[in-house]
Design a protein around this ligand. Sequence first.
Ligand code: UT7
Length: 318
Amino acid sequence: MTDRLKGMAGIRISGWGVALPEKVVTNEDLSKTLDTSNEWILERSGIAERRIGGTTSGLAVEAGKLALESAGLEPHDIDLLILATTTPDDQVPATSSKVQHELALTCGAMDVNAACSGFVYSLVAGSGFLHAGCNRILVIGSETLSRFTDWQDRSTAILFGDGAGAVVLESSSDGGELLGWDLSSSGELRDLLYCSIGGKIHMAGSEVFRKAVIAMANSGKASIANAGIAPEEISLVIPHQANIRIIETSLKRLGIPLEKAVWVGDKYANTSAASIPIALAHALDNGQVKENDVILLVGFGAGMTSASAVIKWGEIND
Ligand code: UT7
């Protein structure tokens, strides 16, 4: 990343919200129809259960509404909606336009598909739009991966879940900043993880695992270097919630203790573009984010894409 593209001053996440389908599917439930077990899934992935159901737009609307409420904003206050999703309701139009209508937003709307890296891509893009003159942007990650899961395939069916997370991103002078970021894509790795139109998800699990560890560590390192800080200065990591072992190994490479990472994948599994905002909202609701904290968001996914951002949290007024 050149200096010209480095972090832009003055951002704040002023509101957030999460939407999850009510239906809980446990590992035990899956082991009734698949040749697997709770022990195997827990040990290999850290996942205990997942939520299944809803629509991508419906979950996005629910999460978006909560984010607006918690920011104390009205729909007309939002200047742009960015919806990160890899599981749109329709091929055309973009799911974001449906969400814009249902939330009564009076602004532009677009989908971003960068698979599981989509939320961080959208957050970085949102920061750019703030720099270009927008004041408040609603960034949502929403997925219904269960629609594209082959429920007879034990190597993928155990991993995915449905859900949405949303944040309001505002320009601000309260000390919050995007200190550094990194986005990448390796299109030659397409066949490791893909879903053709009308098809189901195919994944070469252990190969994706290996690439994911490297991608998370490299992207995290690049963002930390761009931010001009040391890994020890990271207070909290919000990683993509794919597999606790991927998080463990990549953080080791980054020199950041696992205790600094937020993990909610045990309850919600891999919700692709929704996993980072869901984990972030969890950390915020649990008081894990403190004034002046420096937070690393880092994800990877099909593409294969990776994305990370180092955000300095500003004042907290409550
Ligand atoms: O958002 C990005 C998307 N994807 C990911 O991040 C996924 C990355 N990959 C992973 O998380 C892991 O590769 C998995 C959790 C999917 C699998 O764990 P693994 O330790 O890499 O297992 P493996 O694929 O190397 O398979 C080991 C064995 C195989 O049996 P054999 O050939 O050793 O006899 C598999 O057939 O485990 C078998 N296996 C299972 N056994 C019980 C595969 N899936 C299951 C299962 N239950 N669900």
